[in-house]
Design a protein around this ligand. Structure first.
Ligand SMILES: [Zn+2]
Length: 374
């Protein structure tokens, strides 16, 4: 058993590191999708791609068991080129929840085409010339500029950079300590890697329910990329794999009780008020399902209740006559920064938890709300 989980952890680490090396700004997920599609095909799982770019695979189960949709998003946050200055400096628009106070001096990548991507550096005013009143000021993204090493707009355009070109943090992955990984877009390439591992389990031992695998698009953009997939597949249940905010660092201690390395988490409450006004309160049958599965695999679940976070389940739950949803996740530190941190043990346990829970869904699985008077 220990050997089995060590191998799972190894596979997840390999998938994660490979996926993090692939740029995939929201709306530009093609290369990430091609990689995932290749892995699924190797496993003998056929896929289709919808018009938004969602990668979908269906493992057929028994017709009388509720159908399940599993979601992990392929895209990452970043920028879009908005202006190229005559002297070659590039200005960008932000895409997604980009932390402006962590942008200066970051290395970035212009996502042009495989083999043609170009690096850049987000400028930071020379320290020797920084005035006292500038020292502790966050520079808004509109004032930032990217240095590509090219000295004219013409040279910049000649290498394929134009208005609208996607820009991401330069892909990066490094091992920290024994079991931790720091890297770009752990949100949500780690979710993708976990979902791949769960698919391997489903190929070995087929679940009774029909399981739809959805690697979704544009989550960091508008959180609704998975909606057309949900509308087409009409699942009874949707489960999203994404990060859970780790709160075990000095700056996060009052936000919750999620520890990195403490195992997988379930979200009991998420809400986002700024412009979105949405969130997810999970179906009680799914909370029970995952708590039971956690007991079976010997990994008690960490519990998350947070405002300021949101996933696609918030929208998917409203499809058709309603979909029972839950968010399950891996603890993650420094979210949306260029180097997020996760723990491989958490990812392996999350894959085990997901596979165990889904396998426990059969024809007798009851979603009737009246069974849950609370
Ligand atoms: Zn995410």
């Amino acid at each position: 058993m220990a050997d089995k989980s060590a191998k799972a952890k190894q596979r997840i680490a390999e998938d994660l590191i490979r996926l993090m090396a692939i740029p995939g700004l929201a709306g530009h997920e093609g290369r990430v999708r091609a990689d995932l599609k290749g892995v699924l095909e190797e496993l003998g799982v056929a896929t289709s791609t919808d018009v938004l770019g969602n990668l979908i695979a269906t493992l057929e189960g028994e017709a009388d068991a509720p159908s399940v949709m599993l979601i992990a998003h392929m895209d990452q946050l970043g920028f879009v080129v908005r202006r190229i200055e005559p002297d070659g400096f590039v200005r960008v628009e932000r895409l997604g929840g980009v932390p402006e106070r962590a942008l200066a001096s970051q290395a970035v990548l212009f996502q042009i085409a495989d083999g043609k991507d170009r690096p850049g550096v987000i400028a930071n005013k020379s320290h020797h010339a920084t005035l006292p009143e500038e020292k502790y000021r966050v520079v808004p993204y509109r004032e930032l500029y990217i240095d590509t090493g090219l000295d004219s707009a013409q040279a910049v355009r000649a290498c394929g950079i134009d208005i609208g070109t996607p820009v991401v943090y330069r892909p990066n992955a490094m091992k920290l300590g024994a079991d931790r990984i720091a890297g770009t877009a752990i949100d949500d390439r780690a979710g993708c890697a976990v979902l791949l591992e769960a698919v391997r389990r489903f190929v070995d031992a087929e679940p009774r329910s029909t399981v739809h695998i959805v690697f979704s698009v544009q989550e960091e953009f508008n959180l609704r990329g998975a909606l057309p997939a949900a509308q087409a597949l009409q699942p009874d249940i949707a489960i999203q794999l994404d990060l859970a905010l780790a709160t075990d660092t000095p700056d996060m201690a009052d936000r919750g009780e999620i520890a990195l390395g403490g195992g997988p988490a379930i979200s009991l409450y998420s809400f986002h008020g700024r412009g979105t006004l949405n969130g997810a309160i999970p179906h009680p049958a799914l909370v029970r399902l995952f708590e039971t599965a956690g007991g079976e695999i010997g990994s008690p679940l960490q519990r998350s209740a947070q405002s300021g976070v949101l996933t696609e389940t918030s929208y998917v739950q409203l499809v058709g006559a309603g979909v029972a949803v839950i968010d399950i996740g891996f603890p993650c530190r420094y979210t949306h920064s260029s180097l997020e941190v996760c723990d491989l043990g958490d990812l392996a346990a999350l894959a085990d938890l997901l596979a165990t829970a889904v396998t426990n869904i059969g024809p007798d699985f009851n979603l009737d709300r009246d069974e849950f008077p609370q």
